[in-house]
Design a protein around this ligand. Structure first.
Ligand code: MG
Ligand code: MG
Length: 255
């Protein structure tokens, strides 16, 4: 299937993106001290269903995974970088929570993630989140006709490296459309001028994953999904689905 979407298809993806953004906003609002990750997952399920959409992560079963993903959202706490399973864990004051949400509406997918502190923030954690959001903003800014994928990757990776953070190894963003994970890969680190040309109608999920300290290493938890930082330090993840248009980058995952 073509990686290029028509303006009409992008308009449909925008509606899927709205559902995802509204779900993330509801989850963030509810994520207080003592609330369980499972509570948040139930809220996400309800929000997505009420919008007439279906969750993209629930029962997602890529070849490398031992078991299908059991949640509607990914909830990654503290040293969990991405793919955390929403379980009975009760959020504690100061936890760094990353929430990732994907949903299909009318056959089109939206995918976005947000990181925030539950309760009282440690300034070190807040700076990590701010740097992750800034790296995402730099990536989005580079999602322009005439640029190459390496320019976008360098924009993300350069921002993260200059700020002194690690980048989750072997993981990045992706094309998105009728499926959640499509061509092309969208690396979080790269060299300017390399890679495919960014063209009008390309829709991609851009998603920096930053780790405290300069190390990129991770390990997979025994649950078969959660990726944790090898150094045990905290991590943050921010993501938007973005269309490359003649008018510049268009974020699709906002309310
Ligand atoms: Mg995502
Ligand atoms: Mg994604």
């Amino acid at each position: 299937m073509s990686m290029i979407k028509t303006p009409e298809q992008i308009a449909l993806m925008r509606e899927a993106g709205r559902v995802v953004a509204n779900t993330l906003a509801a989850v963030r609002e509810a994520a207080g001290v003592g609330v369980t990750l499972r509570d948040l997952d139930a809220l996400a399920a309800e929000t997505i269903a009420t919008a007439g959409a279906t969750p993209a992560f629930l029962d997602y079963h890529p070849r490398w995974a031992a078991v299908p993903f059991p949640g509607v959202i990914c909830t990654s706490v503290n040293d969990a970088v991405v793919h955390g399973i929403p379980d009975g864990y009760k959020l504690q004051d100061g936890d760094l929570l990353s929430v990732d949400c994907g949903a299909f509406l009318e056959g089109w997918c939206g995918d976005a993630a947000v990181s925030f502190i539950v309760g009282t923030p440690d300034p070190v954690d807040q700076a990590l989140i701010d740097a992750t959001d800034a790296a995402l903003a730099r990536g989005i800014e580079a999602a322009r006709i005439g640029n190459k994928m390496g320019d976008l990757a360098y924009a993300i990776g350069g921002a993260a490296r200059r700020a002194g953070y690690g980048l989750l190894a072997d993981h990045g963003g992706h094309g998105i459309g009728r499926t959640m994970h499509a061509e092309p890969p969208v690396p979080n680190d790269g060299r300017p001028g390399r890679g495919i040309k960014l063209t009008e109608g390309l829709v991609i999920a851009i998603e920096p994953m930053l780790i405290l300290g300069r190390k990129d290493d991770y390990y997979q938890d025994d649950d078969g999904w959660t990726l944790r930082s090898a150094n045990g330090r905290r991590a943050a993840h921010s993501e938007h689905t973005v269309a490359i248009t003649a008018d510049g980058p268009l974020i699709l995952t906002f309310p």
